[in-house]
Design a protein around this ligand. Sequence first.
Ligand code: HGY
Ligand code: MN
Ligand code: MN
Length: 406
Amino acid sequence: MQINIDAERIVADLEKLATFSDTESPVITRIVYSESDQRARAWLKEQCVSAGLAMREDPLGNMFARWQGTDADAGAVGTGSHIDAIPHSGRFDGTVGVLGALESVRALQRSGFKPHRSIELLVFISEEPTRFGIGCLGSRMLSGALTPEKAAALKDRQDQPLSHFTGPLSRVQLPPQYYHSFVELHIEQGPILEKENIPIGIVTNIAAPAAMRIIIEGEGGHAGTVLMPERRDAFLGAAEIALAVEAAAKATGAIDTVGTCGLVDVFPGLANSIPSRVKLELDIRDTVATRRDAVLQEIDRKCRDISVKRKLRIDSTILHADDPAGCDPTVVTALVRACDAEGLAYWRMVSRAYHDSLFMSRIAPTAMLFIPCRGGVSHRPDEYAAPRDLANGARVLARTLAALAS
Ligand code: HGY
Ligand code: MN
Ligand code: MN
């Protein structure tokens, strides 16, 4: 089967999608449910409809664009990713797995392929943790990993509850066997493929992410008149915790353990006022869940020590601590065969970033394919994937979808 991918079309679509942003392209900010996000999803819906796909949206905002197969009752072959983008990030994270997949479908249509199983493009809502502090909100609910009750209890950055739904959240979870299989195309967000000069990554495992929120409370006061021995400076407690995160991640001795303190809110946040309250949000990951959990426990222990030593009140909450995912061997084999058919070298690898596939793997045989991104850079405006790599990814995806849908 000859598959002709229109790489220029993917590039043009990515550029158009990048215009729906709260910051000037190439700096992208597209927070879920924001005006930019809504406009982006409306534009995307039009693209899917003009590709002849049947559109539906669930109460949370997950979008489904279906190419009806000859056997309407058979489990569909799913593909897709996300289009929400963290503030000050890039144009390729998530979007490649949506617009590249759309071009894969169009290329299969042009080749005259007729799917036996329906092929369905899924655009997940809220993959990034920006608004609710928890990533993969859409795929967590689709897979049942997050119940409607827990979702309704989520609060956003303004402490507002999740309210952007258009119907009962109980209708979001997919019925069993809804998908026969699921494949997600994504940029690697790491340096390996570019460094090894390998065009395709086939993901065998997805690392286990965890997020922790820590509130540190001390005593505020005048930066000039409160003498050092009397101080209970909340930020210095936070600083010790941030260093403890780095030490605990390194102490496991495994290169797969990572820890980041990326969100620091200091109150009142003025140079001449001693910090009385600090909110930290931590991101701890590992390919082995027990090793990651040991890091979470070590951080908790350090918080207790720092609380006593600095007379601070320190409360920590685990926002989520998910299991890693193993990708399904049959879907991995379909990807390998597609690479062979295209004469493309591939590299089996771990995904250190999490993706909606982490949760889709709980309800369907799932695997992912990566394309290189320049310098391995992601979550930054200089994130970049070359047209040739976009076309390679879409071609391998098209072949894989065709094989799974036959
Ligand atoms: O953080 C992640 O791994 C994903 O890019 N949201
Ligand atoms: Mn991301
Ligand atoms: Mn992503």
